[in-house]
Design a protein around this ligand. Structure first.
Ligand code: URA
Length: 162
């Protein structure tokens, strides 16, 4: 089973966490290089004038499958994500997708994203030297690709919050 690790500057203020690598990410060995990634980076540039090199990029679950992350996979890879947070020491964590936000902010289990996308929530990590970051959940770029009328403007608004 191939692990697709996060990549980017360390330390880094901006930490982007998706759900799991897609097939293109699996082939390339890094997150957000497929169609959703292209849409995301293009929009981040347009809205924030930032590029991929400004972000540490990772996923909640590190292995490829076409299925959504399971509870077991999320638990299995949680120590890897935690280790990344400790190394990268981000100040802003941008989560993309249903499972990524709920793994960090479990209060949103079962809550529709429309209630929290584009808002910032405090998140503390690191037991010995606790640090607090703002988690900003954004709508998934693949939703913006699939239903542009519904989600493209929302993605832009969510990124403004970042
Ligand atoms: N979607 C994700 O959640 N992660 C990726 O790396 C690519 C697409």
């Amino acid at each position: 089973m191939r692990i697709i690790k996060g990549d980017g500057p360390v330390p880094c203020d901006l930490f982007l966490c998706g759900e799991r690598p897609g097939i293109e990410e699996y082939r390339a060995g890094r997150g957000f290089v497929g169609p959703a990634g292209k849409e995301l980076w293009a929009r981040i540039w347009r809205v924030l004038r930032l590029s991929r090199s400004n972000f540490y990029v990772t996923n909640l679950v590190k292995t490829f499958s076409a299925a959504p992350p399971t509870k077991e996979e999320i638990l299995r890879d949680a120590p890897l994500l935690h280790a990344e947070l400790l190394r990268v020491k981000p100040r802003i964590i941008v989560t993309i997708g249903y499972h990524a936000v709920r793994a960090l902010l479990p209060q949103f289990e079962g809550v529709n994203g429309a209630h929290f996308h584009g808002l910032a929530f405090p998140f503390t990590y690191g037991r010995l030297q606790p640090r607090t970051a703002a988690v900003v959940p954004i709508v998934h770029a693949s939703a913006a690709l699939r239903q542009p009328n519904r989600y493209q403007n929302q993605l832009t608004d969510d990124l403004r919050a970042v």
